[in-house]
Design a protein around this ligand. Structure first.
Ligand SMILES: Nc1ncnc2c1ncn2[C@@H]1O[C@H](COP(=O)(O)OP(=O)(O)O)[C@@H](O)[C@H]1O
Ligand SMILES: [Mg+2]
Length: 411
């Protein structure tokens, strides 16, 4: 049996117990007193009285959703001789600096403050190129971010160097090494166009460190203040909908009802959030041909009263040139790229009351066209053909609409 305390915003919010494959969560009296009825931890886990805990089947997807990417998880499992079902053990090992603001501690203890160690550029290069290097160099470090590809989380230091945050200290940036031709350039372009469309204000950049290229992504869930780093809480949409993201059918909505974009919009609305940014992000993913926009590539930020808003866009990239033919989530019942046209997109967005479909699509088309036509560095790094294709695709979504209605009225 494994036990841990779960902390959020300085409050010991819950006690966790893992027995076999089952994880129980019990809200603490102090947590219930402060946050009763609020979705401060997860939209799927409102805080209740301590004697009325949530069903354990609702708890596991949330915690498993915090686990690191498979390579890091495999390393921790190997070092600790853990089985594949142990979630809490693994989180205790790697969970000093997970996505969002959750902290874990041994029962009765406070979460660690941790420390930051200066890295040389060669150290960073090693961490980027060899996931196993983190075992020695990053031992006890905070490398627990979910996702699919290898990545490193680091603290940007005042002298311009990078540091590794250990035992609960906070990182500020995510660094992704190249994992295929143009992988960094495409994601940098995705971040830049997200910024252009108002979906993030912290675009990423490509940097060479110790001879190794990486995409450097500022963490929007960390705010650097003069007296320290504040963690903002977030969860991804698989967690918010209570889905097991190891189930790829669920993560990508392959023939399933969940996780639909409409369900995400419903969750956002029910917790005080605006669906407009989700409409714009959906339009961006469709127009850009980002076929990887699954449930874990959408997140919500939850404030200290449990109110939600869509998190900034991340992991956005134009992927159609790789021959992918299927979007991750249904657009008005369609996933095949050829079937997702302006009509389908408008109909999807319109089905979530409150989203202004036409304006969102036109806004995003203008952002793509504007950036792809510019001379910015992220654009110069991409092949002309790809930029032409993106502009043509954005225009097709606009032109198709104009052709039907004669003009593009704002709704
Ligand atoms: N800029 C960011 N700030 C904070 N958290 C982020 C940011 N980008 C990604 N994340 C978190 O890290 C996870 C993995 O990042 P992602 O870019 O999706 O990696 P991958 O390419 O491996 O899928 C996301 O699901 C999200 O929880
Ligand atoms: Mg991702």
């Amino acid at each position: 049996m494994t036990r841990a305390d779960l902390w959020l915003h300085g409050v010991r919010l819950a006690e966790l117990t893992e027995t076999g494959e089952r994880i129980d969560l019990r809200w603490t009296p102090e947590g219930a007193e402060r946050h009763l009825g609020q979705t401060v931890l997860s939209l799927n886990l409102p805080v209740t009285e301590p004697d009325r805990p949530p069903h354990h089947r609702k708890v596991r997807p949330f915690l498993a959703g915090l686990l690191p990417e498979p390579q890091t998880a495999a390393r921790h499992r190997l070092e600790r001789r853990l089985g594949t079902t142990e979630v809490l053990q693994l989180l205790k090992r790697s969970g000093g600096d997970v996505a969002g603001a959750v902290r874990l501690s041994a029962p009765g203890e406070q979460p660690g403050v941790g420390s930051v160690e200066h890295l040389s550029d060669d150290d960073v290069a090693l961490l980027l190129t060899d996931p196993q290097a983190a075992a020695t160099l990053g031992g006890g470090s905070s490398d627990a971010l979910p996702g699919v590809q290898h990545k490193v989380v680091l603290r940007s230091l005042e002298d311009g160097a990078w540091g590794i945050a250990r035992h609960g200290a906070s990182s500020t940036h995510i660094l992704k090494p190249r994992n295929g031709p143009l992988s960094l350039e495409l994601e940098a372009f995705g971040a830049a166009v997200s910024a252009e469309a108002g979906l993030t204000d912290t675009p990423s950049w490509i940097q060479t460190i110790g001879g190794v290229e990486a995409l450097v992504i500022p963490r929007y869930d960390r705010h650097v203040q003069p007296d320290g780093i504040v963690r903002l809480h977030q969860e991804d949409m698989a967690q918010a909908l209570g889905l097991n993201a190891d189930d790829l059918g669920a993560k990508f909505q392959r023939g399933r009802r969940y996780p639909s974009l409409a369900a995400m919009a419903g969750k956002l609305k029910a917790s005080g959030g605006d669906v407009e940014p989700l409409a714009r992000l959906t339009a961006l993913n469709v127009l850009l041909g980002n076929t990887d926009a699954h449930a874990k590539n959408h997140s919500v930020l939850l404030d200290e009263r449990g109110r939600a808003r869509l998190a900034p866009a991340y992991d956005v990239a134009p992927l159609l040139s790789f021959g992918t033919t299927r979007f991750a989530l249904d657009i008005a019942g369609h996933q095949l790229v050829d079937q997702v046209d302006r009509k389908a997109l408008e109909s999807e967005l319109r089905s979530w009351a409150g989203a202004s479909s036409q304006r969102s699509i036109d806004h995003v088309a203008a952002a793509i066209d504007g950036l792809a036509s510019s001379t910015s560095g992220v654009v110069a790094a991409l092949p002309h053909q790809l930029l032409d294709d993106l502009r043509t695709r954005a225009a097709a979504f606009t032109a198709a609409h104009r052709g039907r209605t004669g003009s593009a009225p704002l709704t």
